[in-house]
Design a protein. Structure first.
Length: 329
């Protein structure tokens, strides 16, 4: 099966999990279409780096195992220089094995054997248009990796740069930049997925039609000016998602110079005070029993910790700290 029945497979290049989730929701993602960037936030320069150089240890947080978890509100993050893993326990063998499978799928995709592709990427950069400048480099990396065998197009989606979901620029012959207008008639507490669903449907439908890629697209190569900057995807509750950058771009440059090219951080934007989000509410005997029982029934620390934090209105850090206190010695 291929996406949209138009002959081009639709593949998420991430930014966040939204594009991949929408493809699944629309029934446009075949079971084998699971790739590394669907489920991991990664800078676009990081994506280019991994495409050219393969998925080395730097895809993951600094080793050795077990990888360190960084608490951010109710979440536990695993942060590499270019990547951020959320909602998954990277210290489980099964999760690492699944990544190996995703890497293999990526290799096959890059060989061209899976046929022509439209990549869907959501910019996670503070100024989302900045990723547009990397599109020529991305195209070069794919062409080199696939030795020209992969026929591909790339859609870069920027959130909230205008009131219409519409194509706003064509930086290269085979790429386009789309503004996704956030859906505003839903509750302000609605998730990002709720607010972007209509926009993703519109874009996915449009770019599945080859007409959308006509050579006479009368669009400028350069995107228009950024209207709304956002750190919604580059950070998690104020914690930089990717260790190498606090702006969602430039992690490869930061690695090269040994510090963040934006703020100068040389410690991968370490979480200075993990207790920041702690509520310091006392634990009743009942709470403690529930905590132990819930952890006893699972091997996924991350999902369990986040679920309890959400349910109890506590931080992930204090849930994990209490669990460790109860089970130590
Ligand atoms: Zn920084």
């Amino acid at each position: 099966m291929r996406g949209a029945g138009k002959g081009r497979r639709l593949v998420s290049l991430g930014g966040w999990c939204g594009p991949g989730l929408m493809l699944s929701k629309l029934g446009l993602r075949a079971p084998e279409d699971q790739y590394p960037f669907d489920v991991v936030r990664a800078t676009l320069d990081g994506v280019v780096h991994f495409t050219g150089n393969g998925f080395g240890p730097e895809f993951f947080p600094p080793g050795p195992l077990p990888y360190k978890m960084d608490p951010a509100s109710i979440w536990l993050l695993f942060r590499g220089p270019h990547t951020c893993f959320t909602h998954m326990d990277l210290n489980r063998k099964q999760v690492l094995d699944e990544f190996q499978w995703r890497f293999n799928n990526w290799s096959e995709l890059m060989s061209g054997k899976r046929g022509p592709v439209v990549f869907l990427r959501t910019s996670l950069c503070e100024n989302p248009f900045m990723e547009a400048g990397l599109l020529p480099m991305w195209e070069e990396a794919v062409t080199a990796k696939s030795k020209g065998a992969l026929d591909f197009k790339t859609v870069l989606i920027v959130h909230n740069q205008g009131s219409e979901t519409v194509q706003v620029a064509a930086p290269t012959a085979n790429s386009s930049v789309w503004n996704l207008a956030l859906y505003t008639t839903v509750l302000p507490t609605a998730s990002l997925f709720d607010r972007t669903e209509v926009g993703y449907r519109t874009i996915i439908s449009a770019v599945s039609d080859e007409q959308c890629w006509a050579p006479d697209r009368s669009l400028s190569a350069a995107p228009t000016e950024c209207l709304n900057t956002s750190l919604e995807l580059a950070t998690v509750e104020g914690v930089p998602a990717m260790g190498g950058t606090c702006k969602g771009i430039g992690s490869t440059a930061s690695v090269a110079v040994g510090r963040c090219v934006f703020c100068g951080s040389s410690d991968q934007h370490a979480v200075v005070d993990p207790t920041t989000f702690d509520t310091h509410k006392s634990w009743s005997e009942e709470d403690r029993a529930m905590l132990l029982a819930t952890f006893a029934g699972t091997s996924d620390i991350v999902a369990t910790c986040e679920a309890i934090a959400l349910q109890q209105g506590r931080s992930a850090h204090e849930v994990l700290t209490e669990f460790r206190k109860l089970t130590s010695g």
